[in-house]
Design a protein around this ligand. Structure first.
Ligand SMILES: NC(=O)C1=CN([C@@H]2O[C@H](COP(=O)(O)OP(=O)(O)OC[C@H]3O[C@@H](n4cnc5c(N)ncnc54)[C@H](OP(=O)(O)O)[C@@H]3O)[C@@H](O)[C@H]2O)[C@H](O)CC1
Ligand SMILES: [K+]
Length: 536
């Protein structure tokens, strides 16, 4: 818990700023001082010196522009050749005065007698050693508009851009939801002022801010628990991201007194005669991530393949602590569909209805309820309402289908454009915890929101999802009783699975191609390194 990154909903940042601003604390000057210092460091690293380096600061109408103007003044005082390009009619007055006093040239973009014109502004920006994006921050609504949008489009069309430093956020991202509603200049470095906005962790916007550093402004943002979920009016309260250093505290390391049952038995319903590989991979991931025992339930052909690959597996149904359902399962396959239904029954779904349709936490779950991972073919078998200990693990196409069956008209691209929104929608509609697979994995549950970005692009490979499902099954089995009681734990374990999954790909073959089988192989040593904190 201790090390995870927290992105803070915009309303919470504003609430934390308010008393400080009222007390006259110069937050903007503090932010600008840190931005200028970091910019100077970048210039020294890239150009050898700040003096004489060419800096262009794109400035918008609000306080984000104010940060940029104050930072411009400080850089000019250090000898940089700074030009501010003002987009729009308004500009932060205090910031403008500071820039003027430091001798910074402030030029308007767009039309007008003294204006640079957009092509002129673009040329100036592209010729800089450092381009500072202070167009919009957390006050942005919708896509960049007007000349700012037109200028950014021109910069995006250029073959080469200078190093871009974004103030607080890359301007124009959906700060609260991670969308990219219009043109956005990708930032080489983003300096988040006071707190990270959710959009810096959520895809696709997070892809425009691959390197984020926090400028600490001593804001007293009350800690949000992972269970906190913002209401629709306020937007997202918090997004969390686990770090490697969180793994030792979160991973269920067995105690000397634990036997195989106490460590957690995972039941797997996966694979068919046509897709035996899914069964082998799912079971293999569960075994190799440290399940006390794995039971495999399925037809003879995949069962034989599973046992040949993993002789420690126990075939057939029996008592388990968590189920993994669906990898490689054809929803039309009568026998596997029946196994899925039986396991869903053990998760308390169907007749017993532990989660009220209002979204209110239902009666205390009894000791017989099992957490369950619902993947691939089993997603079609879900009842209307689930519970937080049911973790759905769709990719974008499967989530589009799942929501389509619940009245939304969507295609995969809609999900990819707004992954948080649609994962949240699926969570609200079903009551389940939803792990949406992607380059960045988003986990949204009644227990909070996480985003994990460890996966290298090589991990987009057949069978990788089966491995994730098996790995998550082991985690849920190890902490089954707590998981049923605490939705916050479920969402955290799902994020933990995504982190370890991504790291295993790098362990398997750092910087190169990886197959799902290699991933399974790499799990034990990846976990060992993470829990002993040797991997950095
Ligand atoms: N977090 C902190 O402790 C501190 C942050 N600071 C910086 O302040 C900004 C937030 O400043 P704010 O003035 O609230 O908002 P912005 O600068 O982001 O922009 C608001 C103005 O931009 C206009 N706007 C809004 N959306 C668009 C758009 N899509 N295209 C063009 N223009 C847009 C908006 O105009 P309206 O007509 O909509 O009102 C506003 O004029 C934060 O990000 C930090 O950088 C402070 O330094 C204090 C400490
Ligand atoms: K910005």
């Amino acid at each position: 818990m201790a090390c995870m990154i927290e992105a803070v909903g915009v309303h919470r940042v504003r609430a934390a700023e308010e008393p400080l601003l009222a007390a006259g604390v110069p937050l903007m000057e503090r932010a600008a001082a840190a931005i200028a210092a970091r910019a100077a460091q970048v210039l020294r690293g890239r150009q050898g010196a700040v003096r004489g380096a060419v800096v262009v600061v794109l400035v918008g109408p609000g306080n984000n522009g104010g940060d940029g103007l104050h930072a411009a003044a400080r850089l000019a005082r250090r000898g940089a050749r700074v030009t501010v390009v003002q987009l729009g009619d308004r500009v932060h007055e205090g910031g403008l005065a500071a820039a003027d006093a430091a001798g910074v040239a402030v030029r308007r973009a767009g039309a007008g007698p003294e204006a640079l014109g957009l092509p002129g502004a673009a040329r100036l920006a592209l010729d800089a050693d450092l381009l500072v994006d202070a167009l919009l921050g957390i006050g942005a609504t919708g896509a960049l508009r007007g000349d700012a949008a037109r200028l950014v489009r021109q910069l995006l069309a250029a073959d080469h851009r200078p190093f871009v430093l974004a103030v607080d956020v890359p301007s124009g991202i959906g700060v609260g939801d991670g969308t990219v509603p219009g043109p956005v200049l990708p930032a080489d470095l983003t300096l988040a002022c006071g707190a990270l906005a959710p959009g810096l962790l959520l895809p696709p916007a997070a892809g425009h801010a691959p390197h984020v550093e926090l400028v600490d402004l001593d804001l007293d943002v009350p800690a949000a628990q992972p269970g906190d979920v913002g209401g629709p009016a306020e937007g997202l309260d918090a997004v969390h991201r686990l770090q490697d250093a969180d793994v030792p505290g979160a991973w269920p390391v067995p105690r000397p007194s634990d036997d195989k049952y106490r460590r957690g038995v995972v039941g797997v319903v996966a694979g068919t005669a046509t897709y035996p590989g899914a069964a082998v991979l799912t079971v293999g991931a569960a075994v190799r991530s440290g399940a006390g025992m794995v039971r495999y339930v399925g037809p003879a052909e995949p069962a034989a393949a599973v046992l040949a690959a993993h002789p420690e597996v126990v075939p057939g149904s029996g008592r388990v602590q968590a189920w993994v359902l669906g990898p490689g399962v054809d929803p039309e396959d009568g026998e596997q569909a029946r196994h899925v239904q039986e396991a869903l029954g053990e998760a308390g779904l169907g007749s017993r209805g532990y989660f009220a349709p209002t979204g209110v936490w239902g009666p205390t779950a009894d000791a017989g309820i099992r957490p369950v991972v619902v993947d691939a073919g089993a997603l079609a078998a879900l009842p209307e309402r689930c519970a937080p200990w049911v973790v759905l693990t769709p990719h974008a196409g499967e989530l589009a289908r799942l929501l389509g069956e619940r009245g939304e008209t969507l295609v995969r691209e809609d999900i990819e454009a707004e992954p948080y929104r649609w994962a949240r929608r699926a969570c609200d509609l079903t009551g389940a915890t939803v792990l949406l697979k992607g380059a960045t994995t988003v986990v949204v549950g009644p227990g909070g929101t996480f985003s994990q970005a460890e996966a290298p692009a090589w991990l987009a490979t057949a069978g990788a999802g089966d491995v994730l499902a098996g790995l998550l099954g082991t985690l849920l089995a190890a902490r089954a009783e707590e998981a049923v009681q605490h939705p916050g734990l479920v969402v955290r374990l799902a994020a933990l699975a995504a982190l370890v999954h991504g790291r295993a790909a790098t362990t398997a073959n750092p910087g190169g191609p990886v197959s799902a089988s290699m991933l399974v192989e790499a799990l034990p040593r990846t976990i060992a390194r993470l829990i002993t904190r040797e991997e950095r």
